[in-house]
Design a binder for this molecule. Structure first.
Ligand SMILES: [Zn+2]
Length: 473
């Protein structure tokens, strides 16, 4: 009799839970329970093999190839510390070996091999600590759902075939969370932010000592795959070596500075703007009645800040030409702003297509108003007046198809992007493939120079420093 009564109570309870399962909070709690007892996790270590596919950073824009990268994360939740280490490869022999360290509620970044930012230990302060911490935890469904649970109101749970769906409006757009109807595991998050649709997927869940973890995860933007991760290892509460969170030895603490941009005259009529958005440098040349500028980095805002410096330095002289060294987005994303000023784009013919795509992505009215002018070339182009001579050389290379650089024969100066990059602190590492290709090309063409100006990092590289990295092995 007693047993029967309890069974009836149990039956009624299970019915009511079924009913409540239709509320968002209940679904999120169920999904979190399905993931296992993450509450008991003090610390964990997680590594993936990451496949990156970014057409704006590949060798050939029309045929992007995947890069095999690595993603390591050690997280001490209890001690509020993390170390995130990534190894990213880019064409031409580039390896970005980046450590992101969070400790003492401060966020630090350093370069493990020193080829990019040398021996700087960059202190990014406490304001970015939480942002980075949350971004890292957002690789894991449990932490995503935990956060979501604190934000949801009473959005309804929708059902579609085998999925349960929570969708909600955010200040910047909409978000949709999809769960498997049978397992309650989070499958997919779609976020519409302005013009962009981001889709994060979690697949092939398996149990690791009682916690469910996705073996495969990926991110897509507007239907294009950005990366896909394959789980390499995951362990928790097994201890993390304390020195993982130590500061690296031999590094110099630095804080990020954003000095006001200014132009420095290198030789008559040739000006350098250093530290554009931190580690970039651009050159502009006064040809008397017009200006020639190199590169249009990062964004329209960055481009405007460069143009402002030029107009303050040389008022009333128009920027007539902008040379783009190669199609990578960090070198051309500000080009629409230069075009609006009436500048003609100088670049190798084979990179015209990505530049057109970048301009139409930024401001598709520019073509309709007929403002976009190109002066494309193959192999070599010369711009000359009575005073000055500028030579542009297209260079066969392994970093980006259609790469070219600027040579000023009278001044014996070269300006280039991504053929040679050294850290601003002058820490030297052996030349990578694309830098060796550059050196060979200069020899072959008998191009005499005393200094090379670089887009990234150290702005002025004397010839003997260049020789030194070429001779290092
Ligand atoms: Zn590049």
């Amino acid at each position: 009799m007693k047993v029967k009564f309890l069974l009836i109570i149990g039956f009624c309870l299970s019915l009511s839970i079924r009913g409540f399962a239709q509320s968002t909070a209940q679904l999120l709690q169920k999904s979190m329970i399905a993931l296992g007892n993450w509450e008991k996790v003090d610390h964990f270590e997680y590594t993936t093999k990451r496949m990156n596919l970014d057409k704006w950073q590949g060798y050939d824009f029309s045929n992007p190839l995947p890069e095999k990268d690595s993603f390591y994360l050690s997280f001490d939740l209890k001690g509020n510390r993390f170390l995130h280490h990534t190894q990213n490869h880019y064409p031409g022999g580039y390896l970005f070996d980046t450590y992101r360290l969070g400790r003492d509620t401060t966020y630090y970044v350093y370069d493990g091999i020193g080829s990019r930012t040398g021996k700087d230990l960059l202190n990014l302060g406490s304001s970015s600590f939480n942002n980075r911490k949350n971004a890292l935890l957002n690789n894991f469904p449990y932490f995503i759902l935990k956060q979501l649970l604190t934000e949801i109101k009473d959005e309804p749970v929708l059902t579609e075939e085998n999925d349960l769906i929570i969708s909600r409006k955010t200040p910047t757009g909409t978000e949709e969370y999809r769960f498997d109807k049978n397992t309650f595991l989070l499958k997919r998050i779609s976020k519409i932010q302005g013009q962009d649709t981001l889709v994060q997927r979690f697949d092939n869940y398996s149990s690791s000592n009682g916690l469910m973890i996705a073996q495969k995860s990926s991110l897509e933007r507007n239907g294009n795959l950005i990366y896909s991760d394959s789980l390499a290892s995951f362990k928790y509460n097994k201890g993390i070596d304390n020195n993982v969170f130590d500061f690296p030895l031999g590094y110099k603490p630095v804080t990020e500075q954003t000095p006001k941009l200014s132009a420095k005259m290198l030789v008559k009529d040739v000006y350098l703007i250093e530290n554009v958005d931190g580690d970039r440098n651009v050159l502009f040349v006064n040809m008397g009645t017009y200006i020639v500028l190199t590169e249009a980095p990062l964004s329209s805002a960055t481009a405007r800040s460069i143009l402002e410096v030029i107009h303050t330095t040389l008022p009333d002289i128009p920027v007539k030409y902008v040379h783009l060294s190669h199609f990578h987005n960090d070198h051309i994303a500000g080009i629409a702003e230069m075009v609006k000023e009436g500048a003609t784009i100088v670049c190798a013919e084979s990179m015209k297509q990505p530049v057109i795509e970048m301009i139409s992505n930024t401001d598709n009215t520019l073509y309709k108003t007929g403002k976009v002018n190109f002066s494309v070339f193959n192999n070599q182009k010369v711009l000359q007046d009575e005073q000055k001579k500028l030579e542009f050389y297209e260079i066969p290379n392994s970093h980006a198809k259609g790469m070219s650089f600027l040579y000023l024969p009278q001044e014996k100066l070269i300006y280039q992007g991504d053929l040679l990059s050294l850290p601003a602190d002058s820490y030297l590492t052996p030349a990578i493939a694309v830098t060796r290709e550059f050196s060979e090309f200069l020899h072959q063409k008998k191009i005499a120079f005393t200094e090379i100006i670089a887009h990234h990092g150290l702005a002025l590289i004397p010839k003997n420093t260049f020789d030194e990295v070429i001779n290092m092995h």
